[in-house]
Design a protein around this ligand. Sequence first.
Ligand code: NAD
Length: 268
Amino acid sequence: MSKRRAALVTGSTRGIGQAIARALAADGCNVMLNGFGDADAIEKDRAAMAEEHGVEVQYNGADLGVESDVDTLTRATEEAFGAVDILVNNAVIRYFHTIDGFDRKDWNHAMAVNVTAPFLLTQNVLPGMRERGWGRIVNFSSVLGLAARSGRADYVTAKTAMLGITRATAAETRSEPNITCNAICPGSVLTPNTEIKIGELAEEAGLSFDEAKGEYLRRRGQTTGYIEPARVAGLVAFLCREEASDITGAAIPIDRGRSATWLDGGNG
Ligand code: NAD
């Protein structure tokens, strides 16, 4: 990367977001971390990232479910680094209710964090990107933005909406050759959240953790193994580089062929 960019990565205190923050720092970006977690662990991670890559890394604990926090997060990043050149809408909250039993408070919270916050952040950062003639927005969809599983109404709805926001943003920035907005659609990635779900499956089905790891994938039709967070981060980092400026409005699966082969026996 020829010029140091400023990146805001939501939900970067663990999992895929943390891997993205590391990958962008390795590419020479200053990074604003965001998300929840243990304060000491976040500070350790922040300092290590900054030292290892010789970039500035800051942390802001904005709650994306609170509109004023979303604006504060944008301002804090601009004040820290002078701009937001790269926005990665990665944070997520997941509920696991069927539609019949979906608590309305949970629904509204899921939509606020997973849909409204990415929209508001996009709205906040686009004027600066236009002014500087350069910007990258990467939105997180999922294979569940391409097809549904039962019991995941909030997630399926939010991840489908992320494709809509991505295309709408790409449409409104098409005349700007160096501003892009893309969505990525991962399959099952081995993150702390996935490990919790594997543990629950092990308990329910009376399996060992290793057995449940395989069963979890089998039930999702992703039979050749988990995706590493660093691989997803590598794709995001690529989309944020100069050479990716021709890619915009795309929904890119990173799912070991899962979404391409649903008719071949996988169940999504
Ligand atoms: P995760 O659950 O491990 O981490 C989520 C992050 O979001 C955490 O840092 C958390 O603190 C933060 N967060 C949650 N609520 C927040 C709020 N109100 N305000 C600010 N931050 C908040 O997630 P992950 O598994 O690493 O997934 C990252 C992204 O990738 C998500 O958008 C997810 O939908 C997508 N994805 C993940 C998988 C997978 O298998 N893990 C598959 C497909 C898509």
